[in-house]
Structure formats: structure tokens, C-alpha cells
Design a protein around this ligand. Structure first.
Ligand SMILES: [Zn+2]
Length: 281
């Protein structure tokens, strides 16, 4: 391990342990973050997106609100307001880490949740949610390579180069969470969004390009727990999307990868940097 890696590692550990104060939202937001493919997508911090399909259905990814300093919806009491995301028809969970599993149990058990809400997730995490009292009819397991139709969208689970476990903030051994994953979400015919989950860059991203041709890629850039800007820019060269949106940076864990650095390194895709809560259409 190179010596200069230590300070960054220590920063990550300290941030995780103490969940320090909020880091600011990205300073240089894209003034006109438009894609024009008939869907609407809102970044809610970390890997949490609210995607509204052309058919008017709502899909959430990795819905982490409580403790997510970038989550933009707050109630009068200053606490995270989950009512803004209770209209979900589907929720996709990439892996079990607390900033991805997030508030899915609370949403799934809420009387305000839609009757038809489906949660798509790896089988090991499904069993945990079931044990926690989430109605089994809401739960849809997928394995990597598997496809399911939810909320009028075709959802394929794809691999990620990461770990997965279910745990809390404290020093307690976590539960096994199966394999970490990403998703390709077809929101309209041939309009596909790739949500990478947490991952390093990996050569099979070429396969994701060849099989799915995603037009939009949502990629982690924060470093420490995932790839940083340089590696993520390499991932873009394998995935060949037309648009790319960075995620999993700054925020609660103060992940150091910056969207400006990422933007500088990406050559053949348009990088869109939304502020949390800003819609991309
Ligand atoms: Zn993770």
C-alpha cells in the first residue's frame, strides 16, 4: 500500500465512525440538466434516486434518507421527510450496507406505501426484510443476470465489484448480505439507465455495454468504499453511455471524490451533476 494512501483511509474511517457534520452540496451544479428521453430522475444523495418513468410510475434506488446529509426533503421539525418518497411503485436495493438498505423497511411497512409496491433485491437481503416484518408479497428476489418487470420497467440485476452485509453503526458483527449488485432499468423501450451500486471499475462493464447499451449511467465517484473519479472515468469508457451522473460522494461520509475531477476526466459522455433534489428530465 503506498504511504500516501493512509491519510485518505484514516479520513474514511473517522468519517464512518463519527458521522461528522454535513459536507456541502456540490458547488457546481449543471445549470440545465436535461436528457429529454421522457423520464424524470432526481438525485437524493448517495445512491438514492427517484426515477419517474414515462408511464408515470415511480422507482426508488437505495432509499437512504435518515442520516443522509444530502437528502433534500425535511419536515417542519428539521427531520428527513419520507412522505416525499412514499409514492414508490418499486424500490431497487443493490446491497445490504446501511447507506443503501437505508429506510426501505420503514417505507415498506408504512400504511402510506402503495399497495402494489415491490422491492427488488438480492435473496439474502430479502430474507432479512421478511424477518423484519416486511410483507413477503412486496419482496421480489433477483440473482445477477436475472430480469423482472416492475412498475412497467424491465429491471436486470448485474454484477458489482463490492461486498455486501447488513449491519448498524455500532461495533457489532454484520449479517451476511450475499453478493453486491447493480441494476439496468429499462424505463421505456430501449431507454436504459445503469445504476452501478457500489463498485470498482471492472472489465465486465464491457458486457453490460454490449448486452444492455445503457444510455445513462449512474456511477459512484467518492472513493474510499468505491471507485473514485479516475477509475469511474475509465468505467465510462467501457460502458459508453451518452450521459453519466456521479453519485456516492461527499455527504455523510465526506467521500473525497469530486464531480469536477470526474468531469475533467470523462471524454465521450456528457456528465450531469445535479444538486440533491434537482430533477433531470
Ligand atoms: Zn457498500
Amino acid at each position: 500500500m503506498p504511504r500516501r494512501a493512509f491519510p485518505r483511509l484514516l479520513l474514511g474511517t473517522a468519517s464512518l465512525a463519527f458521522a461528522l457534520a454535513a459536507s456541502p452540496a456540490p458547488a457546481q451544479a449543471d445549470p440545465k440538466p436535461d436528457i429529454g428521453l421522457g423520464f424524470k430522475m432526481t438525485w437524493l444523495g448517495q445512491s438514492f434516486f427517484r426515477i419517474e418513468t414515462g408511464g408515470g410510475k415511480v422507482i426508488l434506488t437505495d432509499p437512504w434518507a435518515r442520516g443522509n446529509t444530502l437528502y433534500p426533503y425535511k419536515g417542519a421539525d428539521g427531520k428527513e421527510d419520507l412522505s416525499k418518497v412514499m409514492d414508490a411503485d418499486a424500490i431497487l436495493i443493490t446491497h445490504g450496507h446501511l447507506d443503501h438498505l437505508g429506510d426501505v423497511i420503514e417505507i415498506a411497512k408504512s400504511p402510506s406505501a402503495k399497495k402494489e409496491l415491490k422491492i427488488v433485491l438480492p435473496a439474502e437481503i430479502l430474507l432479512y426484510l421478511w424477518e423484519q416484518g416486511v410483507p413477503s408479497e412486496r419482496l421480489q428476489p433477483l440473482g445477477i443476470g436475472g430480469v423482472v418487470e416492475v412498475a412497467g420497467a424491465k429491471v436486470t440485476m448485474v454484477k458489482a465489484d463490492h461486498s455486501s452485509s447488513i449491519g448498524s453503526w455500532g461495533p457489532k458483527a454484520p449479517l451476511y448480505g450475499g453478493a453486491a449488485a447493480g441494476f439496468v432499468i429499462e424505463v421505456a423501450p430501449k431507454v436504459r439507465i445503469y445504476h452501478a451500486g457500489d463498485t470498482a471499475a471492472f472489465e465486465d462493464m464491457r458486457t453490460i455495454h454490449r448486452l444492455h447499451r445503457p444510455l445513462v449511467a449512474l456511477l459512484p465517484i467518492g472513493g474510499i468504499f468505491t471507485m473514485g473519479p479516475e477509475e469511474a472515468a475509465y468505467a465510462v469508457s467501457l460502458l459508453k453511455p451518452k450521459w453519466v451522473v456521479p453519485m456516492h460522494y461527499g455527504g455523510t461520509f465526506q467521500l473525497p471524490g469530486s464531480p469536477e475531477e470526474f468531469k475533467k476526466r470523462v471524454k465521450k459522455a456528457r456528465v450531469i451533476v445535479p444538486t440533491p433534489g434537482q430533477a433531470i428530465e
